[in-house]
Design a protein around this ligand. Structure first.
Ligand SMILES: NC(=O)c1ccc[n+]([C@@H]2O[C@H](COP(=O)([O-])OP(=O)(O)OC[C@H]3O[C@@H](n4cnc5c(N)ncnc54)[C@H](O)[C@@H]3O)[C@@H](O)[C@H]2O)c1
Ligand SMILES: [Zn+2]
Length: 670
């Protein structure tokens, strides 16, 4: 079993290496590669008899492709050990201290450098003149690309030194600045050529272009970070960087000399956000022991220097193994398949479940229990399975079939024509009732504190609640005996339920959980149809002609009121005293502190860093403002997110005030 996993991981990593190093066209994210690599490395360490010399853990990079002359490096170019968090970093410090028998020293001086995501080069200067430029290749042999290297403007052809040493070797990273990367890809798109996956691969591909003229047109740059020089004057990495800078190289200015590991941690955290504003890609921080004599004591493993480590930033994609596929029935009856996975760290949290959306998506992915999959989490959304790594599939897996019956109530599941979603159609299904109650009590709906999923399950299982309206028949006596309840919390809960009767009509409407009727739509509907009576009588065209209410929503409302059970529910809710009519809306006064945007018109464009569109809309409306979809002279504010569209251009033309999410939120909170 383990032997087979090791075999499969090796094959998968070799394939990835070939695509990455030889074709400059990666087949997976770096973070996914890194994690599969770690899995292999751990398995090999636990089973040392299974290590083979051709394993990807035993060598650096891959053999270069053959168009260029191969050259052996005088001094090998090593890879860097990876750390993925501050604990890894501390463990590394302990390791090198033990190795150097310097366990007693508190710490050491470290040089922190940004880890530039490009391609490593080794440059040789004889008597101050550039004579050779070689790629890293597999670390021992690279390709002679001197002609191409000569086109890079930040690489001096002649060193800026009065008495240059007879021979010096400089290493550093060739990279493409982001704007240049965009320009090249734009041009490639216009020419119908394949696009580069990322700036690193574009840089590596460019360096290995056979035509130096093309290389010259793509403005590669180079940061120098390693100096090999036979001299006694330079005793540390920090001094060598300054020497490189004085010799005419571009050395990254964001380097920092840190007296201890705490400063390293600060540097790492600082650049986690600031790196996003840099005009080039970085994927971490390289930490190097400053003192050359200590570096010498530590030396190298087969692959890495022991005196340096790359601390990488968390990724949004990671591989993991599927342990089970389950389905979840939501409050609308929608059946959502979910993958249950080996827990994995992703963008700062541990993840165990990912959505598989629906049966079409499952078919498309062909995901099976036992598969290794890549999951992704973008922003705050539930993680999803991006794809299956076929090469890592164990033998004898079974095709996954969606269940034909509801796991809650056992009624037959249906998939309406033209819909991707499978549904439980049984309106008395326990899952639907449970989901409806939780939604009813949720913050944006009736906001009933203390009525969470656990209590809802208890109420249903004890036969106390069979519909939303039953909540209002509960008494402290009826619920005081429930598990973990007690008389105090029983009283509180009943009080909270009672309090929900004062919640405005729009919240009741939202709380009903009619499909597509979110809290913003509920607000719009309540404004245009100020009572449940009026809403239930509204025709399709009445509904769909309301600004912001589309045909889909209109149909969904009509469908909802056509179900007898729903109409009964409305009657019961009316009887128990919920607000089924809107109270006269007060016109907000301009300087009311609760309505800082009274009468102001907003347009939202781009992706906001933390708020969803609907949340932003709701905040604006709560603060007395309104949201329209296009910019005009009447627009007061443009709420500006990332990748804005033409609305920004329009707003700039009209001189409309722009707000970032942060600025907006401070105004809202005033
Ligand atoms: N996506 C894939 O399929 C795939 C395949 C193979 C490798 N990879 C990636 O490549 C990595 C392994 O490649 P690697 O051996 O080049 O190691 P590495 O990228 O983890 O670290 C070594 C490299 O860092 C670079 N670097 C940037 N700034 C530096 C600085 N200031 N000081 C020193 N070095 C600096 C150098 O190019 C050096 O060669 C993996 O961790 C993985 O992320 C990805
Ligand atoms: Zn059901």
């Amino acid at each position: 079993m383990i032997e087979q996993r090791i075999q499969q991981l090796r094959q998968q990593l070799q394939k990835a290496n070939y695509a990455y190093y030889v074709l400059d066209n990666p087949i997976m994210e770096d973070a996914v590669y890194d994690q599969l690599y770690r899995e292999l490395d751990t398995l090999e360490k636990e089973n040392t008899h299974l290590i083979t010399s051709d394993s990807p853990t035993q060598r650096v990079g891959d053999k270069p492709a053959s168009q260029f002359v191969s050259l052996a490096h005088n001094i090998p170019l090593y890879s860097l050990e990876n750390a993925f968090n501050l604990e890894n970093l501390q463990a590394w410090q302990k390791r090198w201290q033990r190795y150097s028998e310097k366990e007693n020293i508190e710490s050491a001086e470290y040089v922190c450098e940004l880890k530039i995501d490009g391609s490593a080069l080794a440059l040789t200067y004889e008597n101050g003149l550039l004579i050779r430029g070689v790629t890293r290749g597999d670390g021992t042999t690279g390709e002679d690309i001197t002609q191409n290297v000569r086109t890079i403007r930040s690489i001096p052809l002649k060193l800026n030194l009065e008495n240059p040493p007879p021979i010096i070797e400089v290493r550093g990273e060739a990279f493409l600045p982001l704007d240049e990367f965009d320009r090249i890809n734009q041009q490639r798109e216009e020419n119908g050529e394949a696009l580069f996956a990322n700036p690193r691969n574009a840089a590596a591909g460019t360096l290995r272009q056979l035509d130096p003229k093309i290389v010259d047109q793509r403005r590669l740059q180079f940061f120098a970070y390693t100096l090999h020089l036979e001299t006694t004057d330079i005793n540390s990495q920090w001094e060598s960087l300054n020497y490189l800078q004085n010799s005419g190289f571009l050395v990254n200015t964001h380097r920092k000399l840190c007296p201890s590991l705490e400063e390293v941690a600060d540097y790492f955290q600082q650049w986690e956000t600031e790196r996003k504003d840099l005009p080039y890609m970085t994927d971490g921080v390289v930490v190097k022991i400053n003192d050359y004599s200590l570096q010498k004591v530590l030396g190298f493993t087969q692959k890495f220097p022991r005196w340096a480590i790359a601390l990488k930033y968390p990724a949004e994609e990671a591989p993991t193994i599927v342990k089970d596929i389950i389905v979840n029935v939501g409050r609308t009856g929608a059946v959502t398949p979910m993958a249950v996975m080996e827990p994995v760290h992703l963008a700062g949290t541990t993840v165990q479940k990912a959505t598989l959306h629906n049966s079409d998506r499952i078919k498309q992915l062909d995901i099976r229990v036992g598969d290794t999959v890549i999951i992704r989490k973008a922003g705050e959304i539930i993680p999803e399975v991006v794809r299956v790594l076929d090469d890592l599939r164990p033998p004898n897996t079974q095709l996954y079939q969606m269940p034909s019956h509801c796991p809650e109530c056992d009624s037959t599941l249906k998939r309406p024509p033209n819909e991707a979603v499978t549904r439980c159609m049984n309106l008395s299904c326990g899952a639907i009732l449970r989901g409806s109650l939780v939604h009813w009590a949720s913050r944006d709906a009736l906001d009933i504190r203390g009525l969470g999923e656990k209590i809802v399950i208890l109420l249903i299982n004890n036969g106390l609640v069979n519909s939303l309206a039953d909540l209002y028949d509960l008494t402290p006596e009826k619920i005081a005996n429930l598990e973990r309840m007690g008389s105090k919390s029983a009283n509180n809960l009943i009080e909270a339920i009672e309090g929900s009767k004062k919640q405005p009509f729009s919240r009741v409407l939202y709380g009903l959980g009619i499909r597509y009727v979110g809290s913003v739509t509920a607000g719009l509907l309540a404004e245009n149809f100020p009572s449940m009576e009026q809403l239930s009588q509204a025709s399709f065209s009445d509904l769909s002609s309301v600004y912001g209410v589309g045909e889909e929503i209109a149909q969904s409302i009509i469908d909802w009121f056509s179900i007898e059970k729903n109409c009964d529910l409305i009657q019961q809710l009316e009887k128990v005293g919920l607000q089924l009519e809107a109270t006269k809306s007060k016109t907000p006064t301009v300087d009311s502190p609760l309505t800082p945007f009274a009468g102001k018109t907003f347009v939202i464009t781009g992706t906001l860093p933390s708020l969803k569109r609907n949340e932003a809309k709701a905040l604006i409306m709560e603060a007395g403002g309104k949201v329209t979809s296009s910019v005009s002279k009447r627009t007061d504010y443009l709420l500006l997110g990332e990748n804005p569209g033409s609305k920004l251009t329009q707003a700039e033309k009209l001189g409309i005030t722009q707000l970032s999410e942060a600025e907006f939120l401070t105004l809202v909170k005033k």
